[in-house]
Each structure stands twice: as C-alpha cells, then as structure tokens.
Design a protein around this ligand. Structure first.
Ligand SMILES: NC(=O)C1=CN([C@@H]2O[C@H](COP(=O)(O)OP(=O)(O)OC[C@H]3O[C@@H](n4cnc5c(N)ncnc54)[C@H](OP(=O)(O)O)[C@@H]3O)[C@@H](O)[C@H]2O)C=CC1
Ligand SMILES: CC(C)(CO)C(=O)C(=O)O
Length: 302
C-alpha cells in the first residue's frame, strides 16, 4: 500500500500503543518512519487482525540523531507532553506539521507553546483500541481511525495516510468532535481502570446505567463549553465502547495493569475542571477523580 503523497519523513514521538500503530501503518503507506524513544528499543511488532507486522522502522533516542521531519506524530500520554519538548524543538523545521494524537480536549493549548514559532499543529482524535503488552510489542484490538479539523492541513494529512489502514476523517466542528471523543473515555477509562476489568464490564446492565449517569454529567459540561452535543452522543460513545472485543480495554486500564501513572487529570479531570468553571455539579466524576488520584498515587509510589 502506498499513499498518494510522495514518501514523507514522519517522526513518531512515543513507541507505545498509538505511536506503534501509527508508525506501523504509516510505514505501510510507504513513508520513512522514525520512532523517537524515551526507553531504548530496536524492534517493534504489532499483531492486527490475526497478522504479525514487523516493518522496518528507524529508532532514535535523541533529537540530534534525526533530521527535521515533514510530519511529527506526538503520541505520549498527555501528562508526558512536557517531557517531549526537546523532541518537538529538535524535529520541527520549516514546514513541519505536528499531529497531536492524544486523548483530551485541549490539544492545541497544551502543545502549541512547546513548538518553534510558526510550526503548525494538527489536533487529532484517535478512535482505536491498541495495547502495549510489552516494550516494542503492540496488540491492535479494534478500529484505526483519526479525526482532524477540516481544512488544507487536514486534507494533507488524509492524503498522507491514503491507502493505509489508518483512516482519516475531517470534521467541521473540532470542539464538538473532541468532546464526543472524550465521551468514549469519560466512563470507560475510569471504570475499567478502577475495577481492573476489560471493556466487557460495560455490557453489564447495572454498569451500563452507571456509565450513562457519568456521561450525563459530561454532556452538561460539554454543552456549557460550547460543544454541540446531546445524550445521543453519549449513547453513541457507549455503543463504540461495547463494540471493542471482550479482550480489549482502555488506555487507562493498560496503564494500571502495567503499573504506569494514569491520564485521569486530562480525562475525568478535564470534565471536573470545566464543570467548576461553569458552576455545574458533577458528583460522579468528582468521585471518580478522587479514586483515580488515589490509585495514581499508589502507582507512582511503585
Ligand atoms: N491505547 C489506546 O487504545 C488509545 C490511546 N489513546 C490516547 O493516545 C495517547 C497515547 O496513548 P498510548 O499509546 O496508549 O500510551 P502508551 O503508554 O502505550 O505509550 C506512550 C509512549 O510515550 C512514550 N513517551 C513518554 N514520554 C516520552 C518522551 N519524553 N519521549 C519519547 N517518548 C515518550 C512512552 O515511553 P516509555 O516506553 O518510556 O513508557 C510510551 O512508549 C494517550 O493520550 C491516550 O489516551 C487514544 C485512543 C486509544
Ligand atoms: C476509545 C478508547 C476507550 C478505546 O480503547 C480510548 O480512547 C482509550 O482506550 O483511551
């Protein structure tokens, strides 16, 4: 498979689940792909659809080893964004576009200040379920779709990945799209991570009611933030969650199982902080945040 654009140099910051999948599929589209690492690796493989893929990727552990990139994919957890600042400075040259492929709702606000003056940023929403089961070993459970804002850069991104197994969709109202994507995380990520259970728990009727109540608070907050959302978006998010095969989970569950810090402040925390700004009470999300902070403290203490 080859993209319709000429081969580009793509630098992917983070060789975890999303970084691994986007690197493998971008390589499949014919691009030259460098994985920019925090922990050294010399091989990456991904299981997808019963197939084992092990493409030839480049690996780098310092920005000096890598020439400017045409595209940078930032795929660290949100709380690790600041740690990637050196990579962002080193990889961006004239014309580089940084696709921020992370969860949360404030991609541009958190990353633009870290980029050299004039560097373009493309906020990107990842609809996929991918698990890093060991260093350099990724299991793709479900879906591989990226949503970006409409416009010339979104169109270029779509052409970049044309013909690969990464599907790009451009959306007119990115703020609304970002909150809709957050709905897929607001109930599923905390519940799976706190309970240490996979996505199938949302099929349980009582858990489903709880998830709906958590999301009802999220919808009120998203509306106050100016997103054009309704209860139907929350229901759609839950349907997307329950379409993930039973062995799939959430990125927050994978972190808990692997003993890594959690991304709660940028998922549940984003809801709670926005609720406070608008004077909306979100008791379920506040309770989840308190519990996730306690779990995270224990994970960080090792
Ligand atoms: N997994 C999924 O199914 C989905 C995840 N997402 C979102 O995508 C984003 C990425 O998540 P995911 O891939 O699961 O996370 P992972 O934890 O699997 O991967 C993150 C990677 O970033 C690396 N990293 C952190 N700091 C740096 C740094 N300074 N320089 C280089 N690499 C660094 C980590 O390195 P190290 O190896 O040292 O830990 C790790 O390899 C998150 O915002 C997540 O919420 C969105 C949709 C689905
Ligand atoms: C949509 C979902 C829940 C898919 O796994 C995700 O975004 C995540 O795991 O963070």
């Amino acid at each position: 498979m080859r993209s319709t654009d000429s081969p580009a140099h793509i630098a992917v910051i983070g060789a975890g689940a999303v970084g691994g999948l986007t690197a493998v599929f971008a390589r499949e589209a014919g691009h030259d792909v460098t994985l920019c690492l925090r922990s050294p690796l010399d091989e990456l493989s991904m299981e997808t659809d019963g197939e084992e893929l092990r493409p030839d990727l480049r690996f780098a552990t310092a920005p000096e080893e890598v020439p400017y990139a045409d595209w940078v994919f930032l795929t660290t957890k949100v709380q690790d964004t600041g740690g990637a600042a050196g990579w962002l400075r080193g990889l961006c040259g004239p014309g580089t576009v940084v696709a921020v492929i992370q969860n949360g709702v404030d991609h541009a606000e958190r990353v633009q200040p870290l980029l050299p003056e004039g560097t373009e940023l493309l906020p990107t929403l990842a609809y996929m379920a991918v698990e890093r089961v060991a260093p350099g070993r990724i299991v793709h459970h479900f879906s591989s779709e990226l949503h970006v804002p409409e416009g010339p850069t979104g169109d270029r991104f779509e052409r970049l990945l044309d013909g690969s197994r990464l599907k790009v969709r451009t959306v007119a109202d990115f703020r609304t799209a970002a909150w809709r994507k957050l709905f897929t995380n607001v109930a599923a990520n905390p519940l799976t991570a706190i309970l240490k259970q996979r996505m199938h728990i949302l099929g349980d009727p009582e858990m489903r009611v709880l998830a709906e109540e958590i999301l009802r608070e999220g919808v009120a907050v998203a509306q106050a933030e100016g997103a054009d959302v309704s209860e139907a978006d929350a229901q759609r998010a839950l349907r997307q969650n329950t379409s993930v095969p039973p062995d799939g989970g959430t990125s927050m569950l994978y972190d808990r199982l692997a003993g890594r810090p959690l991304e709660h402040e940028h998922i549940t925390g984003a809801v709670v902080r926005a609720a406070e700004r608008h004077g909306i009470d979100v008791p379920l999300n506040r309770m989840l945040l308190t519990m996730l902070r306690a779990v995270d403290r224990e994970l960080r203490a090792g």
